[in-house]
Unconditional design. Structure first.
Length: 74
């Protein structure tokens, strides 16, 4: 994965909504941790690194957060 400048989530959401960024750019500019997790997610699920899998990964991370909140872990 490329080395990128990272932005707060609210900035990334604005960039997605404005069309400036796609899902892959969102993941790459979120954090180094997300870049590594995304690469593993793709490898483990037989997915290519592309817009579609990046969007799936972001939804996966949202689901993880929701479950953590429900369980009082976040």
């Amino acid at each position: 994965m490329a080395s990128n400048k990272y932005y707060p989530e609210d900035v990334l959401v604005e960039k997605i909504q404005s069309g400036e960024y796609g899902w892959l750019e969102y993941v790459n500019h979120h954090s180094a941790e997300w870049q590594e997790e995304y690469e593993s997610y793709c490898l483990n699920n037989g997915l290519c690194i592309c817009e579609e899998s990046a969007e799936q990964f972001v939804h996966h991370k949202d689901e993880e957060l929701e479950k953590a909140i429900e369980n009082g872990e976040a």
